[in-house]
Ligand binder design. Structure first.
Ligand code: DX5
Ligand code: ZN
Length: 226
């Protein structure tokens, strides 16, 4: 078993107040965010449309944190170069969104960016076994992609555990990221299952408390579990 990798918190700006994006990102930084997660959606691969490279360019100027760009778009190979140019540090494509996943991963790494692959809840881990040796990150979706504030799908915890075992064999240095429905009540469970990069959206950007306070609570839960 690879010794445990540091846990990184990646706030997703999907539920942030876009009228005050600079302040919201600064507040997330103050709360100890390690990355900023940007959810790009095209209304075709998922039933929602969010934003494109314009927002990646904007966020690139607002923070020095690494930008973790999650492409929920069909045929992502068409836009990988543009998202790299916009300032993405990690570009994650969905295994279900391209016929040529290995080539898409090669394209991302060829541009000097970290390559991530994402799996929808219904996609078995085995579907990406052959491309694992080439990736920097695997994203297990713990909700059906398209929207924030959804409920965590409980059966994904065992999937996370199985994926970490497969990654220990084929890409031990790669990060295992989880995304969707994570909050202070279940973040420890997914870490114990093997996730080390945790996307948190509505648990950070909400009306209950500030992003700084929410992230501090999440970090406290993580630290107490170590
Ligand atoms: C969903 C996105 C997630 C989402 C997370 O398609 O990929 O990143 O924004 O939001 P929460 O944490 O609210 O489920
Ligand atoms: Zn996401």
């Amino acid at each position: 078993m690879v010794e445990s990798k540091p846990v990184q918190l990646a706030p997703s700006i999907l539920t942030a107040d876009f009228g005050h994006l600079a302040e919201q990102i600064a507040a997330a930084e103050a709360g100890g965010a390690d990355l900023i997660h940007l959810d790009v959606m095209d209304g075709r691969f998922v039933p929602n449309i969010t934003f494109g490279t314009l927002i990646v360019h904007t966020v690139r100027r607002l923070t020095r944190l690494p930008l973790d760009v999650h492409l929920m778009i069909a045929e992502p190979e068409r836009y990988i170069a543009e998202f790299a140019e916009a300032g993405s540090d990690t570009i994650t494509v969905h295994a279900e969104a391209t016929l040529h996943l290995h080539r898409a991963v090669q394209q991302i790494t060829g541009l000097g960016r970290r390559a991530g692959i994402a799996l929808n809840p219904a996609t078995p881990n085995e579907a990406v076994r052959e491309v694992l040796p080439f990736v920097d990150q695997v994203l297990i979706m713990t909700v059906n992609p398209g929207f924030g504030s959804q409920r965590f799908i409980e059966t994904m915890t065992a999937k996370i555990r199985r994926m970490r075992r497969m990654m220990d064999e084929l890409c031990p240095l790669a990060d295992l990221q989880v995304d969707g429905g994570i909050y202070v009540g279940n973040i420890v469970d997914v870490i114990y299952a093997g996730a080390n990069v945790i996307v948190v959206g509505s648990a950070v950007f909400n009306k209950t408390d500030t992003p700084t306070a929410n992230l501090t609570q999440l970090r406290k839960a993580v630290d107490e579990a170590r």
